[in-house]
Write a protein that binds this ligand. Structure first.
Ligand SMILES: [Zn+2]
Ligand SMILES: [Zn+2]
Length: 233
């Protein structure tokens, strides 16, 4: 969809469902229900009034507002497990190019979301504000990354470290795009006793081996990916 028709840009608020949250005046971040929900409750968080296409284009203050929106929506609808995710690029499932995240309420926490971060085996890219950006030991795809507090903490949505974590995620996306300008990606929060953000660049489409057998052929080992991301900073 061309930029001059984007319903997420400021001035076209009437083309989205009525919003449930607006931050800033004029608004900087706004939240409204998904027009075509696949789940019982699903919301869209628009990250900027102007047509920014990536988390990489958002500064620290803006990402703090995104974290604030996530927290306020979690507190407003505290039942169930809240899955917060970002898709960038059509190959990664994004239907709009204007940067946004989605909030999906699930009945219970999926098993996949409740694992611990293997800090003793990750490859560190950067450390800031008590948080670490790293490539996990068991990376499924090239340049898979995780942002986590240096020590495990619970309750990601209400943690005062979440704004800095999203800022570090934005930094990670900038590093990725320095290596590969238009890389599609998925990112999400795993909210658990050891909450963290995961970033999954989608440079190659998943195929039968990965999806069917659970075998991921990763051409770039995490140690090498971390080194390249360090240099791209
Ligand atoms: Zn737009
Ligand atoms: Zn995880």
């Amino acid at each position: 969809m061309p930029e001059d028709e984007c319903p997420f840009c400021a001035g076209r608020e009437d083309r989205t469902p009525p919003e449930v949250l607006r931050l800033g005046n004029p608004w900087q971040v706004r939240v409204f229900p998904n027009l075509y929900p696949a789940f019982e409750r699903q919301e869209v968080v628009v990250h900027a009034p102007d047509h920014v296409r990536s988390l990489a284009g958002l500064d620290r203050e803006r990402l703090a507002l995104v974290a604030e929106a996530w927290r306020l929506r979690r507190e407003a609808e505290p039942d169930g497990y809240l899955h917060a995710l970002v898709n960038e690029g059509r190959e990664a499932g994004a239907s709009r190019e204007h940067t946004h995240s989605q909030l999906v309420w699930l009945d219970a926490a999926p098993h996949e979301t409740q694992h611990r971060v293997e800090r003793e085996r990750w490859s560190v890219v950067a450390e800031r504000d008590g948080l670490v950006l790293a490539c996990p030991f068991a990376s499924r795809l090239p340049f898979e990354a995780v942002v986590a507090p240096a020590e495990p903490r619970s309750g990601g949505f209400t943690d005062p470290m979440l704004p800095a974590a999203l800022a570090l995620l934005g930094d990670a996306v900038r590093r990725l795009r320095a290596l590969d300008a238009e890389v599609p990606l998925n990112a999400w929060l795993h909210d658990s006793e050891d909450w963290h953000l995961e970033l999954l660049p989608r440079r190659s489409a998943l195929a039968g081996v990965e999806l069917g057998a659970g075998v991921y052929v990763n051409a770039v080992p995490p140690e090498q990916a971390a080194e390249l991301l360090r240099e791209a900073g």
